[in-house]
Unconditional design. Structure first.
Length: 368
């Protein structure tokens, strides 16, 4: 299997934590690994994994974390290779296996792989006490190597036994060509969910967000924005983030599913300067937490001059902000309570608390 992987013409970065690191040794001990393996990392400490992912994760061993690790590995492969990005692969694996102390949760393994066209993930749960740590490690290693073979187009027999294969839970998302082009930076945005073709510049009210998940607060904000400006609201979902890996294709599909029936702009615009290029003259629908980040120099390399230049660019494109309050540290904060640069405040219109006061957040809903 590994000889075929090395002969596949694919190049990859692996990121493995909690179990499955034996796959790295297995790949490297077979001649030809230099044709395949660009880098392999084991971000074992929580701080190391957070650094790999660009920030804290809500669950260190989950399908979503494995997918994020795979996307981070794919992006790392793009930095390390000057070749065709469609030949690159990112592998991410996170496991919670038997250790020296009892674990309250199940023993489990999640392995994902990412390419320019596909996101795939396989998960399995291991019965506690059924295997030793060494045996669980063999299962994790086999699952990682199976994923590498699949990612490289190698049709080899699985390294897992029949009982483990039947317990696998798999997900795979083949990307439309436009999604691939967006991920690779070959296009700026894609209009989704509109009966008629919508150019990005036609979005006069743009509501950027992660919508993870979409909730009633988002719905109310969109409703009030549409009433105030007399137009349709376009939800903008950026697949890129300033600090974190891009959204993978499974994540994009899941987010778009909950936005079904609405005008959506899927973009690669991580910053509001980039968003203003997509939709000059638009009104951005934002919460006070987002506006704080726009005003914070730390998001501009710590340089207030760079922040001011970004605000000036947004103003030059005739974009403005409709600002909604948010519950913060036990009190509802509105635009009036924010300390903002004068140039940014001049672009803002606040929604009174009497008109909108929603104590709800996507983070709370995910954790609940």
């Amino acid at each position: 299997m590994i000889e075929q992987i090395h002969a596949s013409g694919k190049r990859l970065v692996l990121s493995v934590t909690g179990g499955g690191s034996g796959a790295i040794a297995a790949l490297l001990e077979v001649p030809g690994a230099s044709a395949t393996v660009l880098e392999a990392v084991v971000p074992y400490a929580a701080t190391a994994l957070e650094q790999w992912l660009g920030g804290p994760t809500e669950h260190y061993c989950s399908e979503r974390t494995a997918r994020a690790m795979a996307m981070a590995a794919f992006e790392r492969a793009r930095k390390l290779s000057s070749g065709d990005p469609r030949t690159l692969r990112g592998i991410g694996a996170t496991a919670s296996l038997a250790t020296t102390r009892p674990k309250r949760g199940p023993h489990r393994v999640h392995v994902a792989w990412q390419s320019a066209e596909v996101t795939a993930v396989a998960s399995c749960e291991l019965a506690k006490g059924e295997r030793t740590r060494a045996d669980e490690e063999k299962v994790a290693t086999g699952l990682v190597l199976d994923a590498v073979a699949e990612a490289c187009g190698v049709a080899a027999p699985s390294l897992l036994d029949d009982s483990m294969r039947t317990r696998l839970v798999r997900r795979m998302q083949q990307a439309p060509a436009a999604w691939t082009e967006l991920l690779l930076g070959e296009r700026a945005a894609i209009a989704v969910g509109d009966d008629q073709a919508m150019k990005p510049a036609a979005a006069t009210i743009l509501f950027p967000g992660a919508f993870n998940p979409l909730h009633s607060g988002h719905e109310r904000m969109a409703e009030l924005a549409a009433q105030r400006y007399g137009g349709s609201v376009t939800f903008e979902l950026s697949i890129t983030n300033v600090d974190k890996p891009p959204l993978d294709f499974i994540e994009i599909a899941d987010r778009l599913e909950q936005l079904a029936g609405r005008r959506v702009l899927l973009s690669g615009a991580a910053t509001f300067v980039e968003k203003s290029q997509l939709a000059p003259g638009c009104v951005f629908v934002v919460g006070v937490d987002t506006l704080r980040r726009i005003a914070d120099p730390k998001y501009y390399g710590g340089n207030p001059a760079h922040r001011d230049a970004a605000i000036a660019a947004i103003e030059q494109r005739s974009c403005r902000f409709l600002v909604f309050g948010r519950m913060t540290a036990g009190r509802f904060v509105t635009l009036a309570q924010l300390n903002l640069p004068p140039a940014l405040r001049a672009l803002c219109e606040g929604v009174p608390e009497a008109e909108f006061n929603a104590d709800i957040s996507s983070t709370d809903l995910r954790q609940g």
